[in-house]
Design a protein around this ligand. Sequence first.
Ligand SMILES: Nc1c(C(=O)O)ncn1[C@@H]1O[C@H](COP(=O)(O)O)[C@@H](O)[C@H]1O
Length: 161
Amino acid sequence: MTTPPVGIIMGSQSDWATMREAATLLDELHIPFEARIVSAHRTPDRLWDYGKTAVDRGLQVIIAGAGGAAHLPGMMASKTRVPVIGVPVQTKALSGVDSLYSILQMPRGFPVATMAIGAAGAANAALMAAGILALQDAELAKRLDDWRDALSASIPEVPHD
Ligand SMILES: Nc1c(C(=O)O)ncn1[C@@H]1O[C@H](COP(=O)(O)O)[C@@H](O)[C@H]1O
């Protein structure tokens, strides 16, 4: 089976409600992806394998969502040079600021491109992945440009009730 260019990974099934936004957008843009539950804390061997094989499998971008002590995106960035886009999942206790800071403050050398907290961040992660892939794919570039134009065109010039 051929590996899709994008891997969406998340720390728990409970993150899927957020990460589904990324999946929906990738679908809209006709970008193949795989979705997996991988946790640095709960399934460290799975994280290790996923990161170790990412380049050879042909993954081009990894979107990683996690909440709370959100070490998954950073650990994945430690294990593979495939670009990792991090999505801080909103938490009940600390509103996702915990997730945001856990993902954002990577030490020099192992970056994670960190999005905003929650569903909008997940959607933007997909658009960021699309932008990266579009550098090498003219047809995708056209679909992404059209998607952006359609969004701009949908924004009204004046407010209404
Ligand atoms: N942050 C991480 C990691 C990790 O970073 O490896 N693994 C699970 N989790 C997070 O724990 C939260 C609660 O998980 P449960 O809902 O399963 O209790 C989730 O948001 C998940 O991302």
